[in-house]
Design a protein around this ligand. Structure first.
Ligand code: NAD
Length: 475
């Protein structure tokens, strides 16, 4: 074909790929999306969305079980595990169908199949193939995502050793579960199964759970999960597993270097993810891949030998590395195609890496943005710290959500919000306010001069900022 049929072809339809495709179509580009699996990628089908459905069931169950304190008695309450799973699958399917509808609405062509690159005839640039057939496109955006990392000798078999995919679609609730790795996936599944009554053992190699969070926040979550009944080992690296008729036995060295074992009917391996970079023809096209992630420049152009740009090839989302978050992938997708479409640089939605929020949807919820206290101090910043506990909040008391706190890290000189860390309340929603503050470089003065509705969890944010200024009213 002499002329390109598409302006942009996106490989992968997760929150990076499908959002990039729609934004490109909005900007008037002709767009195709090559997807070998289900539209929506991991986030929609096996990640963010179905796990939030599962977690909601767990939260409601836990709230009803403990309803006595609220004057509610739920006799005969029990878990119908099959329905919990079925509802989660249904929610994922609804979301997936929604993406198909959006593609039609935006005139995006969905090409089902496996995408692969080869060097363009005549040199310089790449050609995209879908199931071996050329897809003529001027620009190719790789958004192939990531998959669970494996540990040597601990191979997921879908039966005894699970990844998150099997863990969210089990046919029956296990009586006991081992979870290896206490990042977001490990903690969310540990919370979910424990809340439903499974005896959960959570094993984390680093000295604390959710190791990317501020240390105080990790400690709070750890105390809470222990109180909820999760058996937790930190500083404990799992070194091997054995499968026997009763399930799985994990061997690990505990904090003091002593060998220990823990047993579960099944084991969830949640030790991180790695980029989907294999069998894409990247090597043939000279694309640089380091530690499993495609290397790109600030405009998401793929880099080749010597750091030169590979013409017409871009990559976004998990496949270019962390933070491995859906909303980061979407933001990168938008910036990438806006640049391709020729949007003036000053108008492009650039990704500010210091203002990417993170959330873990256990109970109490955890969310954060920006620098931890330790990171700010390491960066040589002079900081002011403010803390406000939920137990002081009227809303917290009324809602029976008294656990946790908001911690803010402010620049001591300017009052700029360098970081905000929440455990408790509606942390994942509340963090939006502090993300806006961070992105807009707001200071403590502006937040403190803003009127927050009463009584709300959000007041705890303002309380923490005021506490940093020595002006908290309710402390
Ligand atoms: P992760 O990298 O966040 O956590 C993995 C944990 O496993 C680490 O704390 C690590 O120290 C531990 N670990 C590694 N080897 C171990 C061993 N041998 N024994 C014991 N512990 C070991 O990865 P994840 O939780 O698997 O999640 C994958 C990615 O998906 C992350 O980047 C995460 O941010 C993202 N994710 C985000 C959300 C969310 O935003 N709510 C939810 C799920 C996943």
């Amino acid at each position: 074909m002499a002329e390109a049929s598409y302006d942009v072809a996106v490989v992968g339809s997760g929150p990076g790929g499908y959002v990039a495709a729609i934004r490109a179509a909005q900007l008037g580009l002709r767009v195709a999306v090559v997807e070998q699996g289900e539209l929506g990628g991991v986030c929609t089908n096996w990640g963010c969305i179905p796990t939030k459905a599962l977690l909601h069931s767990a939260e409601v169950y836990a709230a009803l079980k403990d309803g006595g304190a609220l004057g509610l008695v739920a006799d005969g309450l029990r878990v119908d595990f099959a329905r919990v799973i079925a509802r989660s699958r249904q929610v994922a399917e609804t979301q997936r169908k929604g993406i198909g509808i959006l593609f039609k609405k935006n005139g995006i062509v969905h090409l089902p199949g496996r995408g692969r690159l080869r060097p363009a005839a005549g040199g310089g640039g790449v050609q995209l193939l879908c199931n071996g057939q050329p897809v003529p496109a001027r620009h190719v955006v790789l958004a192939t995502g990531a998959r669970p990392r494996r540990l040597p000798g601990i191979e997921p078999d879908g039966q005894h050793i699970l990844t998150y995919v099997e863990a969210m679609s089990l046919p029956a609730q296990p009586a006991t579960l081992l979870v290896v790795g206490a990042g977001a996936i490990g903690v969310e599944f540990a919370y979910f199964y424990n809340a439903l009554g499974t005896r959960v053992t959570l094993i984390e190699a680093l000295p604390r759970i959710l190791p990317l969070e501020d240390e105080e926040i990790s400690q709070q979550v750890e105390r809470s999960l222990r109180r909820q009944g999760i058996h937790l080992f930190t500083g404990a690296r799992v070194t091997g597993v054995q499968i026997d008729p009763q399930g799985v036995v994990a061997g690990f060295l505990d904090r003091s270097g002593q060998p220990q074992t823990a047993r579960g009917e099944r084991l969830l391996l949640a030790v991180g993810v790695e980029g989907n970079v294999e069998d894409l023809g990247l090597q043939d096209c000279g694309v640089q891949v380091e530690r499993g992630f495609v290397q790109v420049n600030e405009w998401y152009q793929a880099l080749g030998p010597g750091g030169a740009v590979v013409p017409g090839l871009y990559a976004i989302g998990d496949v270019i590395g962390g933070p491995l978050l859906a909303h980061k992938a979407s933001a990168e997708g938008i910036a990438c195609v806006e640049r391709i479409a020729g949007v003036p640089e000053r108008d492009i939605h650039r990704v500010d890496r210091s203002a990417i929020p993170a959330a873990t949807f256990c109970r109490p919820e955890v969310a954060s943005v920006g620098l931890t206290e330790a990171q700010a101090r390491q960066a040589g910043r002079e900081v002011k710290i403010g803390r406000f506990p939920f137990r002081v909040s009227g809303k917290g008391q009324a809602a029976g959500e008294t656990e946790g706190l908001v911690k803010v890290v402010l620049c001591a000189r300017t009052g700029e919000v360098l970081g905000a860390h929440i455990v408790g309340g509606s942390a994942s929603d509340m963090i939006a306010t502090m993300t806006l503050a961070r992105a807009a470089e707001l200071t403590a003065t502006e937040i403190s001069h803003t009127i927050f509705a009463h009584p709300t969890f959000a007041e705890v944010l303002k309380g923490a900022v005021e506490a940093a200024r020595g002006e908290a009213i309710d402390l």
